[in-house]
Design a protein around this ligand. Structure first.
Ligand SMILES: [Zn+2]
Length: 80
């Protein structure tokens, strides 16, 4: 639903959007990174996410960073 140009981003998975009452919408996303980022790098990506989501006017958003070899607790199947 949104694209991020950051080179550290591999893909977004597990993006979930739901509505609390038909008017207030909430988003959660797990963003897979292709490399470890320092705090500055994470801030850059979060700023890009904020810009990308600005127009959608979510009441609340939760973004989680994951690395390729990291287990995703929300995955339907255990990752090998
Ligand atoms: Zn995940």
């Amino acid at each position: 639903m949104f694209n991020l140009p950051h080179s550290g981003m591999l893909e977004s998975g597990g993006t979930v959007i739901w509505s609390l009452d038909g008017e207030s919408h909430v988003l959660t996303a797990h963003l897979q990174l292709d490399t470890a980022l320092d705090s500055n790098g994470q801030e850059e990506i979060k700023a890009e996410i904020s810009n990308a989501l600005e127009d959608f006017n979510f009441l609340h958003t939760t973004i989680e960073f994951e690395y390729p070899d990291e287990y995703c607790r929300d995955a339907n199947e255990p990752e090998i």
